[in-house]
Design a protein around this ligand. Structure first.
Ligand code: ZN
Length: 366
């Protein structure tokens, strides 16, 4: 009669073991060490920061319009340097809290270490790392599981500059890079004095060899800002370039143009000017453009509900006399960032009868 409890115990043990292993078992074992591309592009990465050499490295990158990933040791994270990295368009990623060799560490202690680094970097930078680079490139299942539990992808490299081993031998570092680099390489540097010094040479050489520079997979390039000029006056807010589309802060631009901007309770917006009203919702590319006849008022007297708005009949009762309405689709939906609505500039401005032109990287709206 002892058999049943023993079997139950074995079943329970196995079940417990499985239950305690899910993180390791679920870990995505694909460690990224190169970019999957046949094109001559490479990604630059800099480990062990932040250090005093970081500003020089950032300076070189900015001069070359290159963005890179900086793998910080969480315990050194600071807001001042984080700001510099982000302003240069580069990103800060996780290189552990204390830079240990994780060999022999339990899943939980690794998780705590990575989590501390995530928090420290988040606090300093306001950004959340999506990549973890294991110190010394050491990985095991506990580490992969902990990284996965933190939502971090594990990235190593396939070109090692060995800059840390050659503080006085720039040629050796260059040779390490030049002899190993290939399409899709992820190149490992450290924030060292020698690295900052020779980085311009290395970038020039790689460019001469036909390489261009890209971000680690999934990292988005920083949004490019677009200065906005309304009737010849530069606004103190800027648009954002997204997929070749200028998204503009709606209220600032259209009020500067003399349009009326009305927010409704259902997260829809009316822009009215030139006897026209454009009505659209956040996160919805559809809009309605209503043309008002001469007697119409562009000042809505009541809240308009989306379910009925857009029909000329209903609009006429709100705005006065209406000639007709058309329905259109914007190339991107309007969205909210920190209480500011961004929407595609050209389509809205032109719908209201304004003109939009670009010179250099500046948008002119008249
Ligand atoms: Zn390191």
């Amino acid at each position: 009669m002892l058999r049943l409890p023993i079997i139950a115990l074995i079943v329970l043990s196995v079940f417990t073991w499985i239950a305690w292993q899910p993180e390791a078992a679920r870990a995505d074992s694909s460690i990224i060490s190169s970019l999957s591309t046949g094109q001559p592009v490479v990604a630059l990465t800099f480990d062990d920061g932040p250090t005093p050499y970081e500003p020089d490295i950032l300076d070189t990158l900015q001069k070359n319009k290159i963005q890179a990933a900086f793998f910080w040791i969480g315990q050194g994270a600071n807001a001042n340097q984080a700001k510099q990295v982000l302003q240069a368009g580069s990103s800060i990623q996780n290189h552990s809290m204390t830079h240990p060799l994780f060999q022999g560490w339990s899943y939980n202690t690794i998780l705590t270490n990575l989590d501390s680094a995530q928090s420290a970097i988040q606090e300093a930078s306001g950004t959340t790392p999506v990549y973890f680079r294991p110190p010394y490139g050491y990985t095991n299942s506990n580490l992969l599981g902990a990284a996965a539990a933190e939502g971090l992808k594990v990235v190593t490299w396939n070109v090692d500059s060995r800059d840390w081993a050659n503080p006085n031998n720039p040629d050796a570092i260059k040779q390490n890079v030049y002899s190993e680099v290939t399409n899709g390489s992820i190149i490992l540097f450290h924030e060292k004095a020698i690295t900052a010094k020779i980085l311009p040479d290395i970038i020039n050489h790689l460019k001469d060899q036909g390489y261009s520079f890209t971000l680690l997979p999934g990292l988005k390039p920083p949004a490019q800002k677009v200065p906005l000029q309304v009737h010849g006056q530069l606004l103190n807010v800027q648009g954002v370039l997204q997929n070749d589309l200028t998204m503009a802060p709606v209220r600032a631009v259209f009020e500067a143009l003399g349009a009326r901007v009305t927010w409704h309770d259902d997260q829809s917006i009316d822009l009215s000017a030139n006897n026209r009203i454009v009505h659209f919702h956040l996160n919805d590319p559809n809009y309605t453009l209503t043309y008002l006849s001469g007697g119409g008022s562009t000042s809505p007297q009541t809240t308009v509900t989306s379910s009925v708005y857009g029909s000329t009949t209903v609009a006429s009762s709100v705005y006065g006399s209406v000639s007709f309405a058309v329905h259109g689709t914007m190339p991107a939906s309007a969205y909210l960032i920190q209480d500011t609505t961004f929407a595609p500039l050209r389509v809205l401005a032109e719908a209201l009868g304004f003109t939009v032109g670009w010179d250099q990287n500046q948008a002119r709206i008249d």
